[in-house]
Design a protein around this ligand. Structure first.
Ligand SMILES: [Zn+2]
Length: 469
């Protein structure tokens, strides 16, 4: 691999993102930062952003007595702030209302049309406004949307443009079967193979609202929000304007997204790309959901926490650490503020912070050589490239424990011989520099502080990295 292009889901602008969304952005950030080290920073592109068109945004704006453009700007800005406070190192924060995105969507529509995959027809069936998605009777659970059991399913009847999804059914099934890395984790691929059997042509335009990208040559219709949103992954690396950049980074290496978005990414998106004669992404990585204190995060439950709320109290790297260490990326995980606090005191204050402070203090009386530049171990690489972030952090914290034990055994505070003392401390500092290097993708600020402090030749005690709370 010589380049790495990663995208996150773009969040819908009905509300500012919460910890559940943040979890995915942090995971993507870990990969982007890791590959910037191993492949060089110019060879990595990291895209995130907001999904801004659709009936939901139009309705929400009307309720607040503002224009849809004002509403989406407000939420998009606040989403971006939430990502910034988590130190998410995106290369572009795309908004689907960006003008280059509009042009890209129109271009893809034209290509799909030229390939004779768009036709006009009448849609009659169920539609969930929460998902902005069409559902068949079989998809519904007791007549309700599987994601929004409290919303009424709308029956809609409209003249629309349809996408010939059925034409790609066999192609999709073959592609999923022949490419074991296409959908991760594996059991999600099996779900999609099941789902693919029931693919029907899908309306890709809507006629009863205006907040969307107009259909080329038929401005009375707007392009269906999913068809528009998926294309952001092409716009992000300048599909239309910068052929060189696009060819360098496309196809995307990883699209990370929540399990509720999987079918669009695993089945609709590849069919659209195939129709437009564009290569398919390599891996669709599906993250699980976070629950807080055993409950789904939702406005109606009243347990929504925005990342900045926890970051304000505990710091960026604490939130990153807790969400990466005590969850499993591809499964649902349960989090709580209490558990975050435990992790903070045990692992960050007592573990990492204490080790760093202790060694810095011991080093004040000696002069050391610069430590060798570390490399990632094979084990580390394997786990991070397999998206097992909790395992990688387990490896690092094990190294912290071992280093602590080594100090206890060597008892450097008792060593009178200066040469012997320097030798013992040199090996301890080399170990710390190695840990800081391994922390870079996960806790970038902390890693930088430690590197700075242990750069040598004179090491001095600094402010506590994680004061006990
Ligand atoms: Zn729904």
């Amino acid at each position: 691999m010589n380049k790495f292009y990663i995208t996150t889901a773009i969040d819908y602008v009905n509300d500012t993102i919460h910890l559940g969304h943040a979890f995915q952005k942090i995971a993507a950030d870990v990969l982007a930062r890791y590959y910037r080290i191993t492949l060089d920073k110019d060879n990595v592109f990291f895209l995130t952003g907001t999904d801004e068109y659709g009936q939901k945004a139009e309705k929400a704006a009307r309720l607040q007595n503002i224009t849809p453009a004002e509403l989406v700007k407000k939420i998009s800005d606040s989403d971006q702030k939430e990502q910034d406070c988590l130190n998410i190192s995106y290369d572009r924060f795309i908004r689907t209302t960006d003008s280059d995105h509009t042009e890209t969507v129109k271009e893809i529509w034209k290509r799909v049309q030229e390939n004779k995959d768009i036709y006009s027809g009448e849609y009659q069936g169920s539609y969930c406004e929460g998902c902005e998605a069409y559902y068949t009777k079989e998809d519904l659970v007791k007549g309700k949307c599987p994601v929004h059991p409290t919303l009424e399913i709308k029956m809609i009847k409209e003249q629309n443009y349809f996408f010939k999804w059925t034409k790609y059914k066999d192609f999709l099934i073959e592609h999923i079967k022949n490419n074991p890395d296409f959908i991760f984790p594996k059991h999600r691929a099996n779900e999609m193979l099941e789902f693919a059997k029931n693919i029907k042509d899908i309306p890709i335009s809507r006629g009863n609202f205006i907040w969307g990208i107009p259909v080329p040559n038929d401005p009375k219709q707007v392009i269906y929000v999913w068809f528009d949103a998926l294309i952001n992954y092409l716009t992000g690396v300048e599909f239309l304007e910068n052929k060189k950049l696009f060819e360098k980074f496309w196809p995307a290496d990883v699209h990370i997204l929540g399990k509720d978005n999987l079918r669009w990414h695993a089945l609709l998106w590849p069919a659209m790309l195939k129709s437009a004669n564009i290569a398919l992404p390599k891996t669709i990585l599906v993250n699980g959901f976070l629950n807080i204190n055993g409950q789904k995060i939702s406005k109606s439950v009243g347990n929504v926490i925005h990342p900045s709320q926890w970051v304000g109290k505990y710091g960026t790297d604490t939130v990153r650490y807790y969400l990466l260490r005590y969850t499993n990326l591809t499964d649902d995980s349960d989090i709580s503020e209490e558990k975050l606090l435990q992790a903070y005191n045990a692992d960050l204050a007592n573990g990492l912070g204490n080790l760093v402070a202790r060694v810095a203090k011991l080093c004040e009386k000696v002069t050391l050589k610069p430590s060798p530049i570390p490399v990632f171990s094979e084990n580390y690489k394997k786990e991070i490239e397999d998206f097992k972030f909790n395992e990688v952090l387990e490896i690092i914290w094990n190294e912290i424990r071992i280093l602590d034990q080594q100090i206890n055994t060597a008892e450097p505070w008792k060593i009178k011989d200066q040469k012997k003392l320097t030798q013992v401390l040199q090996s301890t500092v080399d170990g710390i520099v190695c840990i800081a290097y391994e922390l870079k993708p996960f806790l970038p600020e902390t890693a930088e502080k430690i590197e700075e402090q242990f750069k040598g030749p004179k090491i001095t005690s600094g402010k506590s990295l994680f004061p006990r709370i």
